[in-house]
Structure formats: C-alpha cells, structure tokens
Design a protein around this ligand. Structure first.
Ligand code: NAP
Length: 313
C-alpha cells in the first residue's frame, strides 16, 4: 500500500501500528524516530522499524505516509521540524486523542502539497512503550478521521483503507464534535478514575494495604484506567480543556442530584436512575463495543496475550 511509512513515536500506538503494518504487509519499509535511546534500541530489536533516525525530520524524508504517534503536546514542535522535509504528495496523519488542538497546532507547518488528515484510533490499553504493542489492537475498533475542508477525497479514501486494513471501522467527523464526544466517552471517565484512586489514596482512615488488599471490582477497574500514561493524559486534558470542563460541569450536577437522592433516601428515583444506566451498558454490548461476559479484571489469559484489555481513550 505504501513504499515507506515513517512512525514518529514507537510507544503503544506506534508499535501496534508497525506490527499491524507488518502483519498485513502494507509497507515495504518502516522507519521511525523516538525520543530516547532505550526506545530506539527496543524498536530495532523488536523489528518495529527497519531503520530509526536521530531526528524526526530525517525519519520523514521520502516517506509516503507519516504518522505522529507521540503525546499531543509534542505535535507542534515536531510538525515545525518535519514540515519542510515532507515528501510532496505524501499523507501526514496522527493518532492524537484530541483533534481541534492538533489541527490548530499542526496545520500551519504543513506545505500545501502534503495531505494532512488527522485520525484517532479508539483503541488502547493502560500500557505504554514499544513493548506494549500488538498487531490486533485496532481490530473491530473505531478510527475517527477529521479531514479538513478541501482535502483530496482520494487521499481520504487511501488513509481510510489503511485503517480498515488494520481492522478498524472508520467514520469521518467534525473535529470539534470529536472532542466533545471523546470528552464524554473517554476523557472525563479517565479524570473520574484518577480522582477516585486519588481519593482512596488520601483516605488516611483506610490504610493503603487495606485499599489494595480488599479492592473490589469497581475500584480495581478505576485503578486500571488510572494507571494510564501520565504524559499522554496530561496533554489530553490540557488540549481538550473546554469540552472536558463542560462535561465535568454536567457530571458534577448529576453527582449532586444523586447525593441528594441518597441523603433523602429516595430509593425509587435511585432505582430508576440505575435502571437507565444499565440500559446504556446493554446498548454498548449490542453495538459490539464490549462483551457481556463477567470479567472483574481476572481474565489473565487475555492480559498475558495482549498486555491488557482493549480500552478506548
Ligand atoms: P506511549 O506508549 O507513551 O508512547 C509515546 C511515544 O512517543 C514513545 O515512543 C515516546 O518516546 C515518544 N515521544 C514522546 N515525546 C517525544 C518527542 N518529543 N519526540 C519524539 N518522540 C517522543 O504513548 P501512546 O499510548 O502510544 O500514545 C501516543 C499517542 O496516541 C498520543 O497522542 C495519544 O493521545 C494517542 N492515543 C493513545 C491511546 C492509548 O490508549 N494509549 C489511544 C489512542 C490514541 P520515548 O519512549 O523514546 O520516550
């Protein structure tokens, strides 16, 4: 499909893309760049790239497809460096978890003869780094593409075909809409998980060992999400500030409403509320986004095979 693909960043997403490209034979050559010498060494050792370059601008030279797989806070600096070196007619995409911020920071550095088409594969785990990737990460997961007005439709199709070959279901979306949807489905849930685990940590009445020893399914699920990469999530919240704060405001209102129902011992309304939320869970299962089988974080065979259950950031 492509002669040369350049991956900037070879962590969970970059390494998974590389393994999936190899699995589906989508490129003759994969090259890359990453920040640390340790990840550079691992990328070569694991066969994630045929060649690693010390700078992003060297890595993108002559690449037909360039994919930014670093935290979104790094995109502007990288785009400024690679802009002049991008091959004429090539496609530049990214996997960033926010889209408006990425477009605003990147687009000014990209020459007109390069097709910049932002993407976001809704696929991930709480693991990070080159060793955490696996080729099946994108299978049966959505990939949202947010092309800019005037983008060549053939190039959009080309990139869409690429994601579909990796196993993704592709949807085109407006970038602002993407950010609001993801604030609800991913960003605020992560913030709540971080808060819940932080709250438990601050409860001096309960010793840490007790929190860990007697952790039940709810708390354990929160800790799994709260173990996600700190750099990535810091950047997500700082770059999707407005949508996050909007959804967080609505969440706080709901929380106060529930607080009152508990204080006033309003069992019927609490029951109705939980009944409605259960229906949403059912809808997610029917849409094929999860399975109905009980898990409680104990499916060790899946974890050892894939280094973590698929979770959408
Ligand atoms: P990760 O496992 O932590 O990997 C990040 C990679 O970026 C590492 O290879 C790191 O290099 C490299 N990097 C960081 N700063 C860099 C810089 N200034 N220059 C060059 N390389 C740099 O993170 P990830 O989970 O793959 O996430 C990468 C992107 O995917 C983020 O934009 C995130 O929003 C998006 N995303 C993540 C998920 C998820 O669940 N994790 C899902 C969808 C989209 P070193 O190892 O050398 O330091």
């Amino acid at each position: 499909m492509f002669e040369r693909v350049a991956l900037i960043g070879v962590g969970l997403i970059g390494s998974s893309i590389s393994l999936a490209i190899r699995k589906h034979d989508l490129a003759q050559n994969i090259v890359g760049h990453t920040k640390s010498s340790e990840s550079t060494r691992l990328a070569l050792e694991l066969g994630l790239a045929d060649k690693m370059y010390p700078s992003p601008e060297e890595a993108v030279e002559n690449a037909d497809l360039v994919i930014l797989c670093t935290p979104v806070g790094t995109f502007e600096t990288i785009a400024r460096k690679i802009g002049p070196k991008l091959k004429q007619g090539s496609i530049l995409t990214d996997v960033g978890s926010v889209k408006r911020f990425v477009i605003d920071k990147v687009v000014g550095h990209i020459p007109d003869n390069v097709h910049f088409i932002p993407s976001h594969p809704l696929a991930g785990t709480e693991f990070s780094g080159p060793e955490s990737g696996f080729a099946e990460l994108f299978e049966n997961r959505w990939c949202l593409m947010t092309p800019l007005k005037g983008t060549d439709p053939d190039k959009i199709t080309e990139l869409s075909n690429f994601w579909q070959t990796l196993g993704s279901k592709v949807e085109l979306m407006d970038p602002n809409h993407h950010d609001t949807v993801l604030a609800v489905t991913s960003h605020v849930p992560h913030l709540i998980a971080y808060t819940m685990v932080g709250t438990a940590d601050h409860l001096h009445r309960i010793r840490n060992s007790e929190v860990i020893q007697y952790s039940a399914a709810g708390f354990r699920d929160f800790t799994r999400i709260a173990a996600s990469d700190p750099t990535m999530w810091r950047d997500v919240f700082l770059s999707n500030k407005e949508a996050t704060l909007d959804i967080l405001g609505r969440f706080t209102e709901e929380l106060f409403a529930l607080q009152r129902l508990i204080r006033t011992e309003n069992g019927p309304e609490l029951f109705d509320y939980f009944h409605k939320t259960r229906a949403i869970r059912q809808g997610i299962i029917e849409a094929g986004q999860d399975t109905a089988s009980p898990d409680f974080g104990r499916s060790t065979s899946t974890i050892s095979k894939t280094r973590g259950k698929s979770q959408e950031p």
